[in-house]
Design a protein around this ligand. Structure first.
Ligand code: 0O2
Length: 220
């Protein structure tokens, strides 16, 4: 990163302060949504939330990969996931439900959506990405700050975390058979997700039927 003089150090600190604030704002919003869901529907769509700020090394690497010079200006302009929140859900249906709830939050602006669930990446990667901006209220101004929200199931997260580690070891040059095997694993993960979703739907139907039966018995 181009942090050469006091002025740059100052802008670096300001930028990082803003991303940290945005991460807190979005993280809290999502926790509140999850709590409200539990309160109203007695169900938590979010299994857990992970938050992170991208490391300076990772920012520099990504800028280089994109063909941009390392500068604070370029990082703010081109790197969308400096502040990142990952929502891990139980079922695929939770992902779209959460995406809709996030889209309905009036103070969040949805800048872009990448649906790697309906359109998986060549690697087999599946996840739902939302790039949002959140207003950060300062003493004398308001700054819209970008946060990337990745929403995925436990199974998708398991695959992505291991694949990320494996690829990191090969620095992107994994042998062909490893990429093929990883893709095969991604297929198994998708089948597992589909099976879990239909099992859950069957369980909910059984519970509804049992409830209806006991209501009918009470009426007799
Ligand atoms: P890291 O180390 O996880 O942060 P854009 O942000 O839209 O300008 P970008 O970054 O290519 O362009 O967007 P994209 O495709 O939405 O990917 C962003 C992030 O998604 C990546 O960040 C990964 O976290 C994750 N991701 C995308 N593709 C894959 C994949 O094939 N495997 C795994 N495991 N994760 C993936 P980083 O900065 O690349 O990495």
């Amino acid at each position: 990163m181009n942090v050469k003089n006091y002025e740059d150090v100052d802008s670096w600190k300001t930028v990082m302060f803003l991303y940290n604030a945005a991460l807190k704002e979005v993280g809290t919003k999502l926790e509140i949504l999850n709590d409200e869901f539990q309160h109203v529907h007695r169900y938590n769509p979010i299994e857990h939330i992970k938050k992170r700020i991208k490391t300076p090394e990772s920012i520099v690497k990504k800028l280089k990969r994109q063909g941009h010079e390392s500068s604070i200006e370029n990082m703010v302009k081109y790197i969308n996931d400096i502040a990142g929140v990952r929502l891990i859900c139980s079922f695929t249906s939770d992902i779209y439900r959460l995406a809709e709830l996030i889209g309905n939050q009036s103070d969040l602006k949805v800048l872009s959506i990448k649906d790697y669930i309906r359109h998986p990446k060549e690697s087999g990667y599946k996840s739902y990405h939302m790039l949002v901006s959140v207003p950060i209220f300062l003493t004398d101004s308001v700054v819209d700050t970008k946060v990337e929200i990745q929403i995925r199931t436990i199974a998708m997260d398991f695959w992505a975390s291991l694949e990320h580690k494996i690829y990191y070891k090969f620095e992107g040059n994994a042998p062909e058979y490893i990429s093929r095997e990883l893709k095969e694993c991604a297929k198994m993960v998708s089948e597992l997700d589909d099976k879990m979703l239909s099992l859950n739907e069957a369980i909910l139907r059984c519970l509804d039927e049992a409830e209806e039966e006991s209501r009918q018995l009470e009426l007799l």
